[in-house]
Design a protein around this ligand. Structure first.
Ligand SMILES: Cc1cc2nc3c(=O)[nH]c(=O)nc-3n(C[C@H](O)[C@H](O)[C@H](O)COP(=O)(O)OP(=O)(O)OC[C@H]3O[C@@H](n4cnc5c(N)ncnc54)[C@H](O)[C@@H]3O)c2cc1C
Ligand SMILES: *[C@@H]1O[C@H](CO)[C@@H](O)[C@H](O)[C@H]1NC(C)=O
Length: 474
């Protein structure tokens, strides 16, 4: 017998969920996306079953800084209060340091007199527990702790009818008109139904620092140097997260050089702002180092009747810009509209659901492409490993110092949803980088300028064009 956590057994729909394991929607995964979607569909009067393999508080190094765009999406979904009571920290922008030289980038105000939009940083698990509480409090949602092991598919129509699962070592099944795969980055269920598979170039290694003092409170810190980027942000009154990017096969982190720990001790530690250095070294010695792959996965159109793939299972980008939860929550806002009972009276009309999902694929791009392309392009610059990329990195930092920063930061915050704005800033950075090379070239070597200019522009295109292609046109 399954562990039923909310026993709103009064309504016939609830009885069908609990006794017959049958609902309008079955959602696999009670993470950020699954919970927000369950509450949203439940409030629209749908009967929802939410399946999660472990209802204990997640303890992960992901999803700890929510951009203002994500806070807005939570507000639109009526879930803003999930950010309260979790010892969260307001975030007013970014503090970027480039070889020790800092610049402060605040999130842009919508008008000069309006308050600075705020993001929020927190312990991932506490936020997810709040979202799960919201789902549990919803009378139209039944939450079940069970590990989903496969999709149940009709052998002649290929339609997904529900899922198979294992609850406390017993095999079980749940059926619905619509099954949602929201099982995260390592999704089991996207494999046969998603056009692409994730690509990984690096991992983030995470530590939790205690009572670290950061140079600029209430901001996300980005440390840039000749090494790949390092992120730091406070996630609770006493705790600060640090994430260190380590590309696959980084020579400085090879076994010969003392592995990842050696790299953190020898290369990263000296670069940590002074007020955080001791806590970094303590955390490192206590050895609670954890890692997560940083993946890129473009979204693809859902084409399987009866199935919808969402969240990290659908679409991922490098977590450098902390955009994943913002994309996931914005997607729930789009789905709420496109699959509303007015637009789709019954999910049993799988043809209509698929049509709406095709619209969803294109409509979400306004917000998701910007976040995805920006994350991938900035990562390429920040982890620069050749001369042209380093020139672009330098140009980018200079742009932060002198350029119209509201644009770039607004894009990063998930507040500006126009891919063209991103492209124009990106090429402004490229031209600034070229200008900086020109102004640094000694006259005797000026004949090399066309070559450098070409290489920088060419590299800029190599960095961004494939992502524009996969994000905007596919
Ligand atoms: C290192 C790193 C740092 C990040 N930092 C940020 C950040 O600062 N800000 C930000 O916005 N985003 C960040 N992200 C991205 C963010 O974590 C994700 O975009 C977000 O968590 C996606 O939500 P989701 O609901 O799709 O997946 P998840 O939150 O991963 O939820 C998936 C859920 O499915 C459950 N599940 C999986 N398999 C099964 C199964 N078989 N049966 C039942 N349940 C199952 C899991 O237990 C989990 O609860 C980061 C990512 C990484 C890798
Ligand atoms: C639950 O669903 C019913 C219809 O099935 C709807 O009338 C009701 O408003 C929903 N309840 C909540 C709290 O959202």
């Amino acid at each position: 017998m399954a562990t039923m956590l909310n026993g709103h057994a009064q309504s016939p729909a609830a009885q069908r969920r609990i006794e017959h394991h049958e609902a309008d929607v079955v959602i696999v995964g009670a993470g950020v996306l699954g919970c927000a979607l369950a509450v949203t569909l439940g409030r629209q009067g749908r009967s929802v079953i939410l399946l999660e393999k472990s209802l204990e508080e997640p303890n992960r190094i992901v999803g700890e800084l929510l951009q203002p765009g994500g806070v807005q999406a939570l507000e639109q979904l009526g879930l803003r209060d999930c950010l309260e009571g979790i010892d969260g920290i307001d975030v007013k922008g970014y503090w970027v340091s480039y070889f020790g030289e800092p610049v402060l980038l605040e999130y842009p105000k919508s008008t000069p007199t309006s308050p600075t939009p705020l993001g929020r940083a927190f312990h991932h698990g506490r936020f997810v527990m709040k979202l799960r509480e919201a789902a549990l409090a919803c009378p139209n949602v039944t939450v079940v702790e069970t590990k989903v092991t496969g999709l149940v598919t009709s052998s002649h129509t290929q339609e997904v009818l529900g899922v198979e699962c294992v609850t406390k070592e017993l095999k079980d099944c749940y059926f619905a008109q619509l099954t949602v795969a929201a099982d995260g980055y390592n999704s089991e269920f996207r494999k046969q139904h998603h056009q692409y598979s994730p690509k990984r170039r690096s991992k983030f290694y995470g530590l939790e620092l205690i009572d670290a003092k950061l140079p600029e409170p209430n901001t996300g810190h980005v440390l840039l140097s000749e090494n790949p980027p390092v992120l730091m942000y406070q996630i609770g009154t006493h705790e600060t997260r640090i994430l260190i990017d380590i590309p696959d096969n980084l020579p400085l982190a090879s076994v010969k050089n003392g592995g990842v720990k050696g790299y953190l001790r020898n290369t990263i530690l000296p670069q940590i702002p002074e007020g955080a250095r001791q806590s970094f070294s303590d955390a490192l010695e206590q050895g609670q180092l954890r890692s997560m792959p940083n993946s890129f996965l473009p979204a693809s159109v859902n084409k399987t009747p009866g199935l919808m793939i969402l969240g990290d299972a659908l679409n991922m980008r490098h977590p450098l810009t902390g955009g994943g939860m913002t994309v996931a929550l914005s997607d729930v806002v789009y789905i709420r509209e496109l699959l509303s009972p007015e637009n789709v009276p019954s999910f049993s009309d799988t043809g209509l659901v698929l049509e709406q999902l095709a619209i969803f694929h294109w409509r979400r791009k306004n917000s998701s492409s910007v976040i995805n392309i920006l994350a991938q392009a900035l990562y390429a610059l920040f982890a620069a490993d050749d001369e042209s990329l380093r020139a672009l990195q330098r140009g980018c930092f200079r742009y932060f110092q002198i350029g119209p920063v509201n644009g770039p930061v607004g894009l990063l915050a998930g507040l500006i949803k126009q891919p063209l704005v991103l492209v124009s800033h990106f090429f402004s950075v490229a031209f600034l980088a070229i200008w900086m090379v020109l102004s640094d070239l000694p006259l005797t070597r000026i004949f090399l300028f066309p070559y450098y200019a070409f290489m920088i522009l060419y590299t800029a295109c190599i960095v961004i064009v494939p992502y524009i292609w996969s994000e905007v046109w596919c």
